[in-house]
Structures are given as C-alpha cells and as structure tokens.
Design a protein around this ligand. Sequence first.
Ligand SMILES: *Cc1c(COP(=O)(O)O)cnc(C)c1O
Length: 836
Amino acid sequence: MNGRGCRESLLCVFANRGLSMTQESANATAQEVAAFRERVLRKLTYSVGKDPENASDYDWFHAVALATRDSTIDRWMDCTREAYTGGQKRVYYLSLEFLIGRLLVDSLSNLGLFEVAREALAGLDVDIDRIRLLEPDAALGNGGLGRLAACFMESMATLGVVSHGYGIRYDHGLFRQAIVDGWQHEQTETWLDFGNPWEFERSEVKYLIGFGGSVTATTNEQGEVQHFWHWAEGVRAIAYDTPIVGWRGAGVNTLRLWRARPEADFHLARFNAGDHIGAAAEEARAESISRVLYPADSTEAGQELRLRQEYFFVAASLQDLLRRHLKQRGSLDSLPEYTSIQLNDTHPAIAVAELMRLLVDVHSYEWQHAWRLTTATLSYTNHTLLPEALETWPVGLMERLLPRHMQIIYLINAYHLDNLRERGIHDAELLRSVSLIEEDHGRRVRMGNLAFLGSHSTNGVSGLHTQLMRKTVFTDLHRLYPQRINSKTNGITFRRWLYQANPQLTQLLVEHLGEEVLDEPETRLRQLEPYAEQAAFRQRFAEQRLANKRHLANVIQERLGISVDPTALFDVHVKRIHEYKRQLLNLLHTVALYQAIRSDPGGNWVPRVKIFAGKAAASYHQAKLIIKLTNDIANTINADPTVRGLLKVVFLPNYNVSLAEDIIPAADLSEQISTAGLEASGTSNMKFALNGALTIGTLDGANVEMSEQIGLEHMFIFGLTAQEVNARKQGNEYNAEAIIAGSHRLSEVLSAIRGGGFSPGDPGRYVGLVDGISWHDTFMVCADFEAYWQAQLEVEERWRDPARWWRSSVLNTARTGWFSSDRTIREYAREIWKVM
Ligand SMILES: *Cc1c(COP(=O)(O)O)cnc(C)c1O
C-alpha cells in the first residue's frame, strides 16, 4: 500500500481553525464538496431519520460521522482483501486499553476530507467546529499506555502494517472527573449514551469463553494424556469493529473490541417460572465483564473481575486470530510465520497459557512443539518497574477461575526450572527469583515472568527504562536469556498531536518546508533548524503560540471563571496524578514563588500561569489530596491582591485526550519532573516538545533521548539521576530533614503548607503529607527541590530574552521528528514482528 495515492485531496488538515486553503485545492474539491454534502444529507435522512429543518447538532454530528465512516469503507475492504490475497504476516496488538479520544477530525483529516467537510457543512448552515465538540472522547484507557496503543494503531495503518487491535468495548470508560470544593469526584463516563457512529456490531462474530469448573485427564489409544476443561460458566464475546484510517488514507486497519454477553440469550423458562430476578442475574454477571474500565480492585470481587476481563479478551482474540489463520493457511504449524502477537504490558499475559491450552488440548500439539509456536508468536512490552504495578495473581484465584491454565502454568514452570538445572544452574535463590510462582507473600503467579518466558522478545519503552529492566525486575531472567530484552522508545502520532491539535503551527511548517513535511516529518522537520536563527520566523512561531494560548485562556475562563494573561509564561503539568510524577514538587515551587513575590512585590517577576490537570486513581488517597492541595493553593494565590496576577494557578478538571489537544499547543514550559528511574518513557513530553514547548525535566524515561536529539542547552534538565536516586535509597544516609533544615526556602514552604496556610478552615489537612516527605521522602521531592528552583530561575532568564527562548522553541520542534510513532512502529515491525 502506498501513501501517495491521494494527491488531489492534499487538503489542509491544517485548515481547521479557520485558515484558508489554497485556491488550487479549492477548485479541485468543488465536486467533492457537493458529493460529501449529498452523503451527509442522505445519512441524516435515512440513518438518523431527521430532516435538515429540525435536525439537532447531535443529529448532524451523527450524519457527518456516518458519512465519514462510509469514506473509509472501500479502502478498508481493499486493505482486508489485499491482506488475504497478499498473504502478508499479520500483527495483533492486544491491549486492555485504547485511549482514543475523538475520531471525527482524525478520520477526516487523514482522509484529506476535513476542508471538504467544512465547506459541505457550511453550505448546510452547520459549523463543523461546533459539532466536532459534541463527540464524546472514547476514553478506554487510563493514560500513557492506552494512548500509546491508539497512536500505534494509527501508525500501523499509515505504514501499511496489516494489523488488528484487540481490546474490550467498555460500556463506561475512564471516570469523568469533577472537582467539588477542590476535591476530585468520580462520575460515571457515558460515551455510548448517544450511540457510537464509528463501530460496526458484528453479531455473527462471537465466541464462547469459559470460566471455573474442573479438569479431567484421559489417556487415548496412542497412550497420550488428554485434558478436558469442563468449565462451569460460559460468557459470549461479541465483536465490535472500528476502522482506523492511516495518513492520507494509506491503510485502514481494524480495532476489534469485545463486548460480554450471557451465553444463553435469555432464561425464558426461569422467567416464566416466576424467577424474574434470577433470570436477569446471569445476564448481569456476564455483562459486568465489559461494564467498566479498571474495576476498583480494593475488594476480592473487584480483583476477580479484573482477571475475568483479562482472560475474556485474550481468549476471544486468540480464538478469532487462530480461526483466521486456519482459514487462510489450513494448519497452525505456520502460525509464527504469519502471525505476531504483541502483548501491551502484562494485562494480556494469560495469552501464554491460553495459546498453549488451545494448541495442546484443542489442536493436539505435542507440548514442546506448542511451546516453540507460542514463544515464536508472542512478544511482550513492559511498561513499568513500579513493584505495585507488576501484576501477580493469587494461585487460589487462578485455580478457581482458570483451573486448566493454572496446570499449564505449573507445567511451563517445571520445564523452565528443569531446563535451568540441566544447564547446571542450581542456585536456589536464582531459581526462586526466575520462577513463575512467587512463594513469599502467599503463592502468586508472576505475570511479568510468564510474559517474558512465553515470548521471544521483551521490550522496554525507552533506553533508560530498558537498561533498568535488565538490572532490576528481570535481572536474573536477563542473565539466562541475554538476547531477549530490547528497547523500543515510545513515539506519538504527529497527525493527532501536531496536524490536528495545532493547525496554526502546521500551516507555518508547510509554508516554510513544503507539504512534504506532512509526509516525512521525521527527516524534514530538521530543515526548520536554520529558521531558528531568523527573527522574522521566530516572530511567526511565537504568534501561533499566542493564538493557541488565547484559545486555552478562553477554555480556562469558561470552565473555571479564572482569567489568565495569554502573554504570561504558560507552565504546564498535565498527566495522571501520581507521587512519582511529582506534581508535589511543582506545588512546592509554586508556593516558594508565591512567597518570594509577596516578600518583594515590586520585583522584576516573570508573569506565570501554572496549569495543572490530571486524574487520580479513585482509591489513591495521597494523589487525591495533592489535587485538593493544588486547588487550595490556587484559591489562595489567585485571590491575593499583592500578587496582582503575576502568578496564577489553575487546575483544569477531567484531563483527557481532547483537553490535551487544547492544552499542549498552548504550553511554553513542559513539566516532566518524575523521580529519575520511575517514568518508563512518558509520551506527553514528546507531544509538548513537538509543539515547541521547552522541557523542564529530570533525566528520566524518554527525556534522556529527547536531550540527545534536542540538545541539553535547549532544555532545563535538573536533579538526581536514576543512579543517584538509587544510591540514596540503598545507602541509609539520605536525610530529608537535614535537607529541609539546610534550605530556608524549602522550610518556609513546608511550614506554610503544614501549618494550614492554604487550608485555614482545616489547618491539619496537610500535616501528614508534609511529614511524609520530611521523614521518608520516597520520591526525593526534598532532595531535588533546590535544583528544581535553580532550573526554574534559568527558565525565567531565558524567557526574558525572547530571541533565545524562541530559538530554543523552534529547535525543539525541529529536532523531535525521531519521536514519531511511525519510527517506533518501524522498529517493532523490523526487529520484533519481522514484517518489514
Ligand atoms: C499523552 C497522554 C498521557 C500520557 O502522559 P504522560 O505525561 O506521558 O504520562 C496521558 N493522558 C492523556 C490524555 C494523554 O494524551
């Protein structure tokens, strides 16, 4: 498939905030506009069932979405046919999360139809900028990991990698965050309430998934033992397909999400016998599997539901892809030649046992043959080293829910340990550490080890993360299998995070570098470097930023009623709220700055707006307290007349992909200040740099590669390195109290917060929080405070010299091409999947 097929529709993805397209393309599309308008009207009439006179904006949105979807279908079918006839290897991306956001502008601009749609609708008196905002975000993910899956789907379609995403079609995505009196409240997310125009329900594509029951073994005539799993409970998985369009409509791939339904349609007999509730209970139990993303796991029932979700989507996906392979190839012997299955973190790791079960129990493969096929087909991406995030499941729960899988895991483990003993390895400590079963805290299955052993490739998501994986979680497995671990630094799709999110900057790039920059940003963005030296260009660059900042200022005004000065430095910290991401460190700087302004109100201060956004996990009390502290600090500072607006603090509620698209192009400074060694990669760091924000950050995750590409002098890198953090944790001499005592500034900040300076109505609110960082300081907040303060001073110094600031800003955009997810996918495709 080639991406050059649509020259006539080189239409201005970048024209969507009122920028005009060239006369040439305008002429070329008059017919297209008329045709698109006709399609929308037909959809409105025959699919939505409304006439234009009394259609609501929602009706129009649905009609446009359906017309857009139609435009993908022919290409989608071509791609599907080509994949069959061409016989290419297929890539399956298994992920419990896909954080997609909205699809309307994404699909239209990738199809080159955005401007066509705008004109077509204008002719109907409908404003596309109004109706595009009606689309709910598909928030089927928590944060970076789910967003990565969405970027990968788009890049695979762009590069013509024949691929399918597999996940769960949750009724309710990630909760909607409301802020009430400064506290986070979680509200049910309802993205499906008005229907989902992008998906096709495939009622005929359904599989039965078993749970529980028992296993029996019989010996057949050949003397082979065969196992039968008599599961007790069946749940049906129904497929819902969404076409994912690549850039310029190059490829269209399928995202197949599974919905859980009861095995039997309805217990009519039971219902008629008077058991109305009982008849509905089975349905409710089955459907609970695809009810919510990440059910609360504080209870045992919640944990079990999570495991049911994992097995459910893995089992459905494997049945589906084996069926496809058998239909095309006739035998599973060739599975690894034509199939790669990428496991996005350990959530789908049960695939190792399930694929073995299908091969051995169902398709009668001999164990070792099945194991070779399994490991050659599967590969695994690790996303975290945080011990609390490494999945393990109690053996008891596994035995009850998936008895046959537990047997298989034991057997894999036995072969694995035998094999090591044969290799002369008898060190009990080593054998214990590489075992699939953890014996220390009640017996649990280690899903990370299972995924590692069951795959031919285990990759980290940045250079540093991969290096730490080799040294920490997988140190012993790495010694035994030194070839297996490899690094694939994450990336982002520029279509969404530049062309769609920042049309002004995109147009500026096209003006100076030509349209080719849209097709080959990885190489062409570098050609921007000389422009960094030109004052006139820097001026234009600053102007597009200012326009985006005005837009964000309006959003802040509308949502919070706070007015901010668009010419102030926009200092942005948006991501999940987590102690390791250190929003707290930023808050300490905010308070220190506030105190400094108060003690010298006439000083030469750089006006700043501190912008925060992010959700805390519902059960993560400390993170929720940090949100409250942000709002307490914001209320105090924003209301203080001595500050005179020189410093403003805002917390924008309900951070999601759409809000990120508004915030990131408006950022001057990007906060990437995690405790070194704890952020596996980060991807918002890349989104900001691509849009020209300067990064203040630690040498963590992909910040390291960013500093190599961009140059340390165009970022503000500070703080302890991963090695230094580790040394402080190991040696016992790290003493936060001594650091606090040695820093007047830090002591003043902490005592103001601890003493209730920002919570006069509840002066004890932050005592525990402050004592925590004073005594343990697990995340090295105190240790890095002074270095962070100094780095922030450098930020101000650079900001006061616009020529230097904007030179760095332009160079950030020019040197971020390597972080395209197209580059990442090419690396996966060549080195892991072998499809390029
Ligand atoms: C990119 C993105 C993330 C990941 O952000 P990090 O700062 O890398 O953790 C999370 N949420 C949304 C909505 C995103 O777009």
